[in-house]
Design a protein around this ligand. Structure first.
Ligand code: SF4
Length: 476
């Protein structure tokens, strides 16, 4: 319930009339939350998947509900529709499992599905996929597909339900912008949701004015909330109505005195920033063209505005001249520690995972041992400086890389693991998954599964950017 994509889906479908729509989660399956009905009794099941590792949960939910996981054997009963960021990047691991995929922003494909269901009449879903072949943003296995049209900023998502049972309890989530002005070469969100579109403030005011009496807290959701050109007005329009406000994600380059003051008025005490690398040289090379000084200024302004906890996100991987990078990271963290004047700093270390439709799809991910060593070098610096560390396990990062760059064989391995209890390693082996693929050197001749779909950005653009990174000597 912290995922706005899920709220959008639930709100759109249940608001369309004539459909009985209920929610189910990994921890409520095999039944729904609302009426406790078995999932297997529904005609259509929609999955909103933001993270690749939820492909495994999708298969678990089907299996535990007694629903056939193979699309072919299931025969459309029920019909499985998958969408969300991970699926938009690469739906192919689910190729033999789902019947329909929503690719790109959800507004257009969900609209097309709703219209088709309405035309087909009550209870009818047979042939839904055939009707939708060729609709933008819909991928029916065996047919071509292209990304959905970008949605208008006037219709950005808001919570469909307020609930205490979520990471943001009783908080109305509102999408304050989509896309990001940044150009980070590893970022799937940037590729999928480009260009940056801020929510019009007048539209937001109208909406909040209508529901202010029922809302005590609003969470502004965007990849870059403070990049909104009228960020301060958004914040103040809530505070003036005595609605408290929180932010999903802030970028250092958006923080100036005025925005730090608005963050202070909102009472924010914890902020996450993502320098990705403590080395300015590496950061620029991977597309995050933000100087060290910008982080120092943001840290200074935010600490002065009352922020007491900083979380810094760093990427780890085999970047060339690693020793130099580690030294530069140490210098960066020392400076940051000084400017935030005693605030607590936690560092999250995540291996860089190649994502579809990004220049980094060509990146050869290091193998587990090298990744471990790379993470450990930065972790040692953080420990020396008294900072708390959280690190993503390399095992999980490598699984994510296989899921994000794999094809239907990866999906078959998931099915085998879930239904037979086979280990992941063994299942990959039995389904002949090319486990070396994420680690291989790639180039202009490489073909990716997802290129069967007309993507949001051309492969020439992606490879040109990647090759320029190689020339900079930063990506090995
Ligand atoms: S700043 Fe964040 S959201 Fe924007 S492109 Fe970079 S990683 Fe993606």
């Amino acid at each position: 319930m912290s995922n706005l994509g899920f709220h959008f889906l639930f709100g759109e479908l249940s608001g369309s009339g004539g459909l009985r729509v209920e929610r189910a989660f990994r921890d409520t399956a095999p039944v729904t939350l609302e009426s406790g009905s078995p999932l297997s009794g529904f005609k259509v099941i929609f999955f909103s998947i933001s993270y690749e590792e939820d492909y495994i949960n999708l298969v678990r939910m089907l299996f535990e509900s007694g629903i056939e996981t193979s699309r072919e054997r299931r025969g459309g009963s029920p019909l499985i529709v998958a969408g969300g960021a991970a699926v938009s990047g690469n739906p192919f691991p689910l190729l033999d499992i789902a019947d329909l995929f929503c690719i790109g922003e959800g507004e257009a494909p969900i609209g097309a599905i709703k219209d088709a269901l309405a035309e087909m009449g009550p209870g009818e879903v047979e042939g839904l996929g055939d009707r939708l072949v060729g609709s933008k943003g819909i991928f029916v296995p065996g047919h071509g597909a292209s990304f959905a049209e970008r949605a208008s900023a006037d219709n950005f998502s808001k919570s469909a339900i307020l609930t205490p049972s979520t990471v943001f309890p009783e908080t109305l989530l509102a999408e304050s912008g989509r896309g990001c002005p940044g150009r980070c070469t590893f970022c799937l969100a940037r590729s999928l949701y480009h260009p940056f579109r801020p929510l019009p403030v007048a539209e937001f005011d109208r909406y909040i004015g209508r529901c202010a009496s029922q809302v005590g807290r609003v969470g502004l959701v965007s990849t870059s909330v403070a990049a909104h050109p009228e960020f301060e007005r958004l914040v103040d329009s809530l505070l003036e109505r005595e609605i408290s406000v929180s932010f999903s994600s802030l970028r250092a380059e958006d923080i100036d005195e005025s925005k730090a003051a608005a963050i202070s008025r909102a009472g924010t005490r914890s902020v996450s920033l993502a320098p990705e690398s403590g080395s300015e040289r590496v950061r620029f090379a991977i597309g995050k063209r933000v100087p060290d000084d910008t982080y120092m200024l943001a840290g200074d302004l935010l600490a002065a505005a009352g922020v007491r906890n900083f979380t810094l996100y760093f990427l780890a991987g085999a970047l060339a001249e690693e020793e130099r990078m580690v030294e530069e990271t140490k210098g960066f963290l020392k400076r940051f520690k000084a400017v935030v004047r005693g605030s607590r700093i936690s560092v999250h270390l995540n291996p860089l995972v190649p994502k579809p439709w990004t220049p980094m799809q060509y990146y050869a991910m290091p193998r587990a041992n090298d990744l471990e060593l790379s993470i450990e070098k930065i972790a040692a610096v953080c420990r020396e400086l008294g900072m708390r560390i959280r690190r993503k396990s390399t095992r999980s990062a490598l699984r994510q890389a296989l899921l994000s760059t794999g094809d239907s064989r990866v999906g078959d391995a998931i099915v085998r693991m879930v239904t037979d209890g086979t280990s992941w390693k063994k299942a990959l082996e039995m389904e002949k998954v090319d486990i070396d693929f994420p680690h291989e050197t790639k180039g202009r001749g490489t073909r990716f599964a997802w290129e069967a779909i007309e993507g949001p950005v051309s492969r020439d653009t992606l490879i040109d950017i990647y090759e320029r990174m190689g020339e900079s000597g930063v990506v090995s």
